[in-house]
Write a protein that binds this ligand. Structure first.
Ligand SMILES: C[S@@+](CC[C@H](N)C(=O)[O-])C[C@H]1O[C@@H](n2cnc3c(N)ncnc32)[C@H](O)[C@@H]1O
Length: 229
């Protein structure tokens, strides 16, 4: 019998995709947990062996605690007020980081460099700076084992699953995602980007030659890529 991904009512399509990449029986730290929807579903579905829910702000962590208590999961999910992993002492082998900006994610991982030995899986959904996130993770010894696009609320989200390893990717792969070239949503996403960049280009004064050239090159690269997909 083939068992498909477990669907959860509580999770958005974006968080469901993060959930789907978490390996069975993982010991998870959810960094930037906010409402703790992901930890709750990971424990309720018995997908994760344990979950630590982390936030660096008191008020979201209070919301997390309230939601966890409502589900009577406060014995299973530990909430920790922490900047990334800095105050996390528990056992883990999987990090989930969703809904944060790329720079913040990189800062969190930079500060956690000595705590990543057992972090065999890192699942990331960055709101921006995705290329930089890919480059950073590869620079510290991870490869992209899976990634997908999710379209929700008029936004394309990239969900990436990193595992330990070494790989070389081209600039184009860092930019668009090495495993996304066959994703049915990639062409749509690039077309949206072209529309957006063309709009911006029209607003850039002709005197700003360098800036215009940058946008023109970006649009051309995107058009060339679409033609090949
Ligand atoms: C937009 S919410 C995302 C919530 C949830 N992960 C999701 O994807 O729906 C971002 C959360 O990350 C938290 N956060 C930001 N920087 C953080 C850091 N350095 N360490 C831990 N949490 C952080 C914020 O306080 C906020 O609650």
């Amino acid at each position: 019998m083939i068992i498909g991904p477990i669907k959860n009512k509580m999770l958005s399509a974006r968080l469901q995709a993060v959930f789907d990449y978490v390996p069975k029986d993982a010991k998870v730290v959810d960094i930037g947990t906010d409402h703790a929807y992901l930890p709750i579903e990971l424990v309720k579905s018995k997908k994760a062996k344990s979950v630590i829910a982390v936030d660096n702000l008191k008020s979201p962590l209070e919301v997390a605690e309230k939601n966890i208590k409502q589900e009577q999961l406060d014995r299973q999910i530990q909430c920790v007020l922490s900047d990334g992993l800095t105050k996390v002492n528990g056992d883990y082998d999987c990090l989930t980081i969703a809904g944060l900006g790329g720079n913040t994610i990189i800062e969190i991982l930079e500060k956690a460099q000595n705590q990543l030995n057992n972090a065999d899986n890192i699942i990331i959904q960055a709101n921006n700076g995705i290329e930089q996130v890919r480059r950073y993770l590869v620079s510290i010894g991870y490869i992209i084992s899976a990634e997908k696009l999710v379209y929700e609320n008029d936004i394309y989200y990239e969900i990436m699953h990193f595992i330990k390893g070494s790989a070389e990717y081209s600039d184009l792969e860092y930019s668009y995602g090495p495993l996304l070239f066959k994703d049915p949503l990639l062409v749509e996403k690039i077309q949206e980007e072209i529309k957006h960049d063309t709009y911006i280009l029209k607003k850039i004064p002709t005197t700003e030659v360098k800036k215009r050239a940058e946008f023109e090159a970006k649009i051309k690269q995107a058009l060339d890529l679409i033609a090949k997909l």
